[in-house]
Design a protein. Sequence first.
Length: 105
Amino acid sequence: MRSWHFVLHTLTPFTPEQSDTIDGLDSFADGFLGPEEGPGYSKFVCYFPAESLQDAMSQALERVAEVPGVLIRSVELTPHSLNHNGMATPAVVPAPPPFEADPAA
């Protein structure tokens, strides 16, 4: 069984109640799902043993569902994730920066 790495980005930052809930849940105590918070954001850094990346993501989402009101807006495979997961190849390139409209246009 492999260990998979990925990041789940939340739709909104954790509320104080959600942070307290996460701190009190046994399902977050094993280190597979690490919540992180910063100014204006929150996310879960995930390392899950599973047969496939899809299975690992399903396990993570089952645990996130235990925290009322937390919604996931995206799943990120960082450069570290691609290396850790054995998915880094010359055909995998970083995503381009977000498009910004020209203010002079």
